[in-house]
Every structure is written in C-alpha cells, then in structure tokens.
Design a protein around this ligand. Sequence first.
Ligand code: SAM
Length: 251
Amino acid sequence: MIGAHLKNLAKLAMRNSPTLANPLWALAYPYIIRRDGTYFGSEYSDRASAFEQIFDENRWLSCESRSGRGSTLEYTKPLRKSLAKCLKDLEVRTFLDAPCGDFNWMQHVELPEGTNYIGGDILGRLVEELQQRYGGASRSFRQMDIVEGPLPKVDLWLCRDVLFHLPNQDVITVFHNFANSEIPFLLTTTYNFPKRNEDIRPGGFRFINLQIPPFHLPRPLSRITDFIAPEPPRYLGLWSKDQVRAALNVG
Ligand SMILES: C[S@@+](CC[C@H](N)C(=O)[O-])C[C@H]1O[C@@H](n2cnc3c(N)ncnc32)[C@H](O)[C@@H]1O
C-alpha cells in the first residue's frame, strides 16, 4: 500500500519536472528494466494484415489514439513543441509523416507557415478517412508502404514509432528506400539501451537501437527527446541521407 503510494508520487514528480527527471531516468532505465519487452508477433503473417488487425481491434490499447499510448496528446506534449522547432530550424517546406497513424497528435503540431504536409500509412481505409476529414490545399494523405517505397520528394521524413514493429530486414529495406529517395533528412525513433536488436515479425515489437548491428547508423546529427519518465527513454534521431548511405555501404 505504502509502496504503491510512493510509486505514484515518484511518477507524478517525474511528470512534473521532465527537464530534470528525463535525463536521470534515461541513465537509470537500463539498470532497472527486468524484461526486454520483446513481442515476436508470431500470430501475424504479412505487414498489411497485421497492422489492419491491430488497428481494427485497437490492439495497442489506447482509448484516445488507435496508434497507441505513445500517440496521445499528453505523451506528445513536449514532442510537439520540439518538432515544430526542428521543422523551423531545418527550414522544412515539404514534410512527409509516414506512418501518420490516426493523425491524433500531429494535427496539433504548429507547422511553419506554407509547409506542405504529406501523411502516409499502409492502411488504405485509414488514409482515405484522414484525407476526407483533414485533407486540403497543403495537407494530403496517401496509402504508402515504406518498405516497398517509393518515397515522395520532401525536405524531411518523420518515421515515428514503426521501425520497432518491423523485422530487421524490412528496416534495412526502409533505409535503402530512404538512401534512394530525394529526401535529405530522416527523423526516426531509436532507443539507446538495447544491446541487441531482436528479430520479430511485422506487427511484433522490440526496443530498437539503430546504432548497433544490423543497422550500424552513426551518431545522429541531433535528437529529440520523445518520452516522459517513467516511460522507456527513446528519441527521434535526425540522420542525413549521406550518413545512411555510408552505413549501408552504398556509394
Ligand atoms: C504506432 S503507429 C505510429 C503512427 C504515428 N507515426 C504516430 O506517431 O502516431 C504505427 C503505424 O505504422 C503503420 N505502418 C506499419 N507498417 C507500415 C509500413 N510498412 N508502411 C507504412 N505504414 C506502416 C501502421 O498502420 C500504424 O498506423
């Protein structure tokens, strides 16, 4: 009883002072976790049907967003601010958000004036609905499989919260698609603490560290904190196309 009370107080304190709590939590987390959180997704066969099933049955279990707990307004509050700054700093005029999921939090990001937004997701029905509801002169949604490509020409690609659901080989193919695209920068989710990238089926989950085998990305040019303690610490790393090409050994 007292233990649970203390735990709740600690959570509240962490949420109220993220500037102090987040870096401390990121340092402590690898020593505290007991489970590696991997779910192999053995019940799923192909990408399209796996993510359709997850979406239709709300398998990521958030009552606010079908894209899961990491896509709620509370979780993304600091992220929305940092992302708006990043778009401004990079002078982004055309922006790809793929996967866009249900667009729950992204609709509240302040994009620099005149920015052309493209949201892409593997789920056809979802993007059709988003296009009808939110599409306009400078905002469009299309069905897109980032493993198959091709990717549209934009200034920046945000690829948040999906590579950790894809098999290692698919992640490598995604990087090849980026390397062959006309997009100069990729901003994507990575964790610091895994010492190994487990392989999974599409729709499974493992914490992914893009700087270790089999991906070998170098240190990102910069990174955006994308967690609120006591959630597992993770970041959106910014990589240039040249960095990714070098990691893939393509000339
Ligand atoms: C956890 S949600 C994240 C969505 C969004 N990035 C966010 O931050 O809210 C993962 C999304 O990836 C989509 N997805 C999975 N595999 C994909 C693929 N190969 N190409 C495009 N979208 C994919 C799923 O349909 C789902 O909407």
